[in-house]
Write a protein that binds this ligand. Structure first.
Ligand code: SAH
Length: 353
C-alpha cells in the first residue's frame, strides 16, 4: 500500500478532499505520514531549519525568553514549551544558554508539543538530561505561566484554500483525474471571513486559512493573558495571506505538492495577522524580520565569540551560518518573528510593540 493509493480510495468513496485533509494525511498519516516515519532535517534530509544551522539561534531565543521571565517577576513554577520541536536541537540550545540564570530552570516545567512518535524518540535522546513531558494537544498545557517557542511549526499545519470567482469563493479540493491526484474546485458558502476578503482581493485570487492554528494560538493566548508568559512564533510568511503559498520540498528541491504524497514536506506561508487576532486578549509585538530580531539580541557578538581562537575552517562556518540566519537575501527577511505577551507587560527582548 502507498499513501497515494490510500488517498485515491478515500476520494473514490467520499469524493474530493480539501487541501487541509490532504496535508493532514501527507504529514501525519499514522503509517505513511511525512513526519511519522522520518527525521527530515539536515544536509542529508529534505530541509534545514534555523536551529540546525547554528547553536546561536536557540541560545539567543533562550536568553530572550529568560529575560522576559525575569522582567515579569519570575514567580513560581512555569511551563517552558516548544511546539513542533523537530530534533530537539533548539530546546537543547535554549537550556544550555539559560543554565546559569538563577532559578530559571528550577522553576521550569519542560513541555514539548509533538504529533510524531518518531520525532518524540529523537527529542527524548537529545533532551535526555532534561526530563521533558510530551503532549499532543495544546489544550493539555498546564494552567500556569507559559513561555513558548514555535519555530517552523505553524507552516506545517494544514491549510484550506479558496479561490475567488467574481463575488463567489470556491474551495480548492483534490480529486483523481486520469489516475492522478489533481486540483479541482467545489462551491462553498460565503461565510463572513470570506466575505471580508472580497474587499482586498480580485477575481481569480487565492486566499488561505489555517483552522488548527486559530485554535492553537487561542489557547496559547489564553494561558499567557491569564497567567503571564510570552511566546515567540518564528516562521516564513507575512502579515496577511494572499495567493497560493502551498509548497513541497524533497531533498532540498521544490516539487509539485501533489507529486509525492508522504514523501515530501508540505508547508505554506503563515498569516501572522490571523495568529495575532486569535491570541487576543494577549498583546502582540510588531512583526519583525528574523535578521533584525537576532541582531538586536546580539548575534554579531555571539558569532565573534564563537569564532575566537577556532580553526579558520570552523570560523568560516560560523560566519556562513551567521549570514544564513540574518542576511535579508537568505533567511534574514523571509522569516519573521511575532511575540505574544500579557497586556500589562513589554514584548520579549528583540521585539517592539
Ligand atoms: N521546530 C523544529 C522543527 C520544525 S518541523 C526546528 O526548527 O527544527 C515541524 C515540527 O512540527 C515537527 O517536529 C513535526 O513533527 C511537528 N508537527 C507537525 N504538525 C504537528 C501537529 N499538528 N501537532 C504537533 N506537532 C506537529
Amino acid at each position: 500500500m502507498t499513501l497515494k493509493k490510500i488517498l485515491a480510495k478515500r476520494i473514490k468513496t467520499q469524493g474530493s478532499i480539501s487541501v487541509a485533509e490532504f496535508m493532514e494525511e501527507c504529514l501525519l498519516h499514522p503509517e505513511f505520514g511525512y513526519y511519522t516515519k522520518r527525521d527530515p532535517f539536515g544536509h542529508h534530509g529534505d530541509f534545514i531549519t534555523a536551529p540546525e544551522i547554528s547553536q546561536m539561534f536557540g541560545e539567543l531565543i533562550g536568553l530572550s525568553l529568560a529575560q522576559a521571565w525575569i522582567n515579569q517577576g519570575q514567580s513560581g513554577s512555569f511551563t517552558l514549551a516548544e511546539a513542533g520541536p523537530g530534533r530537539g536541537t533548539l530546546m537543547v540550545d535554549v537550556l544550555r544558554a539559560t543554565r546559569n540564570i538563577p532559578g530559571f530552570q528550577d522553576a521550569a516545567q519542560l513541555v514539548l508539543i509533538e504529533a510524531s512518535d518518531h520525532l518524540r524518540t529523537v527529542q527524548a535522546r537529545t533532551l535526555k538530561d532534561h526530563n521533558p513531558t510530551w503532549i499532543k494537544h495544546i489544550e493539555d498545557l498546564p494552567e500556569q505561566p507559559l513561555f513558548l517557542i514555535a519555530n517552523e511549526f505553524f507552516d506545517a499545519l494544514p491549510i484550506r484554500q479558496f479561490q475567488r470567482d467574481r463575488d463567489q469563493w470556491w474551495e480548492r479540493h483534490i480529486h483523481m483525474s486520469s489516475g492522478k491526484l489533481a486540483f479541482t474546485h467545489v462551491t462553498t458558502s460565503n461565510h463572513s471571513e470570506l466575505k471580508k476578503r472580497l474587499i482586498d482581493t480580485k477575481d481569480g485570487d487565492i486566499i488561505e486559512s489555517r483552522p488548527d492554528s486559530q485554535r492553537i494560538v487561542a489557547t496559547i493566548g489564553t494561558r499567557i493573558s491569564r497567567y503571564g508568559g510570552s511566546a515567540l512564533i518564528i516562521d516564513y510568511g507575512n502579515w496577511r495571506s494572499h495567493g497560493d503559498t502551498l509548497q513541497a520540498v524533497k531533498q532540498h528541491q521544490w516539487v509539485h505538492p501533489l507529486s509525492a504524497p508522504g514523501e515530501s514536506d508540505l508547508t505554506s506561508h503563515v498569516d501572522f495577522e490571523a495568529l495575532a487576532l486569535e491570541a487576543v486578549p494577549c498583546k502582540h509585538s510588531e512583526l519583525t524580520s528574523q535578521g533584525i530580531f537576532l541582531k538586536r539580541l546580539g548575534i554579531d557578538l555571539r558569532a565573534q565569540q564563537l569564532a575566537q581562537n577556532t580553526h579558520p575552517t570552523k570560523k568560516k562556518e560560523i560566519f556562513a551560518a551567521y549570514d544564513r540566519l540574518t542576511h535579508p537575501d537568505q533567511c534574514g527577511h523571509i522569516f519573521k518573528v511575532l511575540g505574544l505577551f500579557p497586556e500589562d507587560e513589554a514584548p520579549p527582548p528583540g521585539l517592539t510593540e
